[in-house]
Design a protein. Sequence first.
Length: 129
Amino acid sequence: MAPTAPAPRVQIFGLEKDQATRAAIRFFKERRAEVHLVDLRRKPISPDELRRFVQRLGAGALLDTAGGAYRDAGLGYLTMDEAGIVERLLADSRLLRLPLVRFGEAVTAGPADATWKSWLSPDREGRPR
């Protein structure tokens, strides 16, 4: 009997009651991936972890411009640079585009089923990048 490969491991930053976060958890569990959820209501994202997402995606990709927190803060009228956006995201996690998903070195912000499928595809060689 051939040894089975270990289950892929993903880390999801989101809110337990958020629909997109629940959909991401369901997506990975249906594909037998090991899921580690970091509920941002209980534990805010660390500056280092946020920096990892910003380095790969850019701060603007992490900002949920369609959310109520964005409108309520009046951010649509402001011009912010990367540092300003990061500062706002650290101060108020409601501004994050959820879920934030990490698979090794690869990351996504918001629903990204096509990318997640590519991470888990059987023809993918080696480990996550």
